[in-house]
Design a protein around this ligand. Sequence first.
Ligand code: SF4
Length: 472
Amino acid sequence: MEVSSNQFKQAASRKLADPKVQKALRIAKGKLVVARSRSILELDNFEEIREAAARIRDFGLQHMDLLLEEWEKKAKAAGTIVHWAETPQQVNELVIEIARKHEVRKIIKSKSMLGEETNLNHALEAAGLDVRETDLGEYIIQQFGETPSHIIAPAVHKSKDDIADLFAEKHGRPRLNDIAALTHEAREVLRPHFLNADMGISGANFLVAETGSTMIVTNEGNGRMTTTMPRVHVAITGIEKIVPTLEDISLLLRVLTRSATGQSISNYLSFTTGPKRPGDTDGPGEFHVIIVDAGRTKVLASEIREALRCIRCGACMNHCPVYQNIGGHAYGWVYPGPIGSILTPAYVGIENAIDLPNASTLCNQCGVVCPVKIPLPDLMRKLREQQVQKNLRPWSERVGLRLWAWTAARPAIYGVLTRIAARIGKWLGGRDRLLHKLPAAGSEWTSGRDFPAPRGKTFRELYARNRNRRTR
Ligand code: SF4
C-alpha cells in the first residue's frame, strides 16, 4: 500500500467533511466498544489475563531469535518450506517465484495486513496473476478498488447501500437490500474461486514455536478454505508473531477475540503444521511460510519496541476519539488509529508520517483497552520527542518552543511577559471571553475551535494575592 501519511491533516479534513464517511462511522461507532465491554465482564480476572498476555508477548520479543529457530526446526520437520524476507519487495518476489514454479493462475487470499504492507495484490496482478480476497470485508474493498480502513473491519467506512449498489454492478444480479442476503450472495460468488484456485495466501496471527505451526483466527471460514483447498499454500507473517507454546496461544485468544469483536472465542481457529500428509483428507500439497522483517528488527532495537506486542485486535482504534471521527484512510497507510500512529512512522520513517504521533488527544483510552498493555500514549510521546530532536517540526513551532523554554528558564522575564499577555488576552477576548484566532503555531488550534481568553491575571499574581490574604 502506498504511503500517504504526510497528507494526514488534509485527508482528515476531507473525511470530516464527507457525509457518507461520517454516517458510516456514526453507525459503526460504539458497537464494538459495547461488545468488548460486555464480553470482558464474563471473566472475573480479565486484568490478570491481560497482564499474562503482555508477559507472553514480551517473552516472545525477548527470545525471538531462539524461538524462531525452534519454530523453523519443527516446521521443517513437518515438511514446511521456510523462507526469510528482509524487505517488502523480497516478500512479493518470493510469492511470485513460488506461483511461477507451480504454474499458478488463480490465487485466493485470506486477510493479511502484511500483504497490505508489501502491496502484494498489486505485485501479483502486475505479474499476470488473478487474486481474489475472500474475507468479506476485504472482498468488498477489493471490488471498490480501495484499501482497508480498519484492521478487523476493513469496510467499516461503507454503508449497506454502498455495498448493495456495488454487488448489483459487479455481480450482474438484482440489487439486494438485506445484509444476510448480500452476505449469502458474496458466498455464492466466491465459492467457485475457492474450488478452482491454484494457490492460497494467508497471514498468520501467531507462530507456535513448540509445534512449528502457523495459526489464523477467522469468523467466516474463508481462512480455513484458503489454507486447505488450493494445492499450494503460502503464509506470510512478521517475525514478531512468535509465541512459545499452544498454552500461550489459548491465553492470548481469550483477550484477542474479546478485545476485537466481543466474542469469547472466534468461529474458526486454523493451525497449519506442514503440508498434507498421506491419509489426510485435505490440505495443500506444498506449504510455504515467509517470515518477514520489513523494519521489525529496527523497532525491536528501539525505544518503542513494546509496539511489537500488538496482536491486531483493533480495540485501540475503536476507542480512539480521533479515529472515530476521521476513519482509517486518513492515516495514509496500512495501520490506522493509535497503533498506526506508532507503527507507521516506525516502518515507513518518521519523516514520512510526521503528523501521526500528534493525531491523538493522549486521553489514554487506547492504553486502557489494549489487551497486551502497550503504553500507546507513552510511545506516541517518544515519537514526538524524536520529531523535535530531528528538527522535523515546522520552524514556527520550533522557534515558539525555544522561545518558551528560554523565557520559562528566566522567572523574572517570564513573569513580566505572562502579565502582559494575560492583560492583552483579556482585552482581545472581549465580552465573550474567547480568542477566535491565535497567531503563528496557535492558528491551527483556532482554525477548528475557540481559545478561552485569559482572565487578566496570571496564576502567580492570583497565588501571591491569596497567600497575602491568608497571612494577613
Ligand atoms: S495496540 Fe493493542 S489495542 Fe491496538 S490493535 Fe494492537 S493489541 Fe489491539
